[in-house]
Design a protein around this ligand. Sequence first.
Ligand code: HSE
Length: 307
Amino acid sequence: MVSKITVKAPSSTANLGPGFDVFGLAIDAFHDEVTLTKTKSGITIITDDSIPINSENNTAGLVVKNMKRKFKIKDGVEIKIKKGVPTGFGMGSSAASASAAAVAFDKLFRLKLDGNSLVEFAGLGEKASAGSVHYDNVAASVLGGFVIVKTNPLDVIRIEPPKNLRMCIAVPDIDVPKKKTKVSRGVIPKKIKFTDSVLNLSNASAIIAGFMKRDPELIGNSIKDVIVEPARQHMIPGFAKVKQNALKAGAFGVTISGAGPSVIAFSKSSANLKKISLSMSKGFVSKKIKCKIIICKPSKGAADKRK
Ligand code: HSE
């Protein structure tokens, strides 16, 4: 009988411009690892990383707590978390731990849940960090590839991304607010212009077409958001310059990764990805900010580490 399991879940980028809370893409830049071990009782969290260790405030802990309650599981669970995804930078860090926990719990207790149920449980973990449930990052991290999140009822549509899709991500070395996602959700306009919603809808539709046609250029040049990006960009010093530089260097499209402050440029494998990356870091340097650059590709979803 299995009494211990380790699941590795990828980082992800949410929104992809106009798809706020709806689009997600799993990316192979970073991974979190969660090991669940059956114990006699209760939930214990072990980690060397600076994250909360009580189950109510820990994304993986909240997932395990909810799943234990829902499936009336009497065993205790020890949760060991090894963070690889940087916390608070818009790379789906909380989602990676939550997704790994949901997939590991499912395997440990042989629940055989379907993709939508796993995403639903993983989404509950987001509450611990974002203050509300949103499924875009967890859907990508659980299922891998590009995802479209339909809600009420939750139904995630997954599309296999083009093999030659590449992303350059600039992670600025700046202080982020403690509850960053909650803060950056607070600046989103409550009312929007009808013409802006039409523009975002047309671009979002074109992004889906781009994934279906396996066309990185169509995906990238449809990454245009006139609603959320303008409201959030003041939280990222140098954003306009980083974006302008990357587009000049040949990126198809540039936007905020999730709730930021990382900035993501979309391109393809045959492009000069180093040139795009360098131009992004020069954009941040213009504001005297250092940044880490990562060139990455789409990832598969959360899986047993042994596989
Ligand atoms: N869609 C979410 C947001 C993602 O932009 O607030 C947060 O990681």
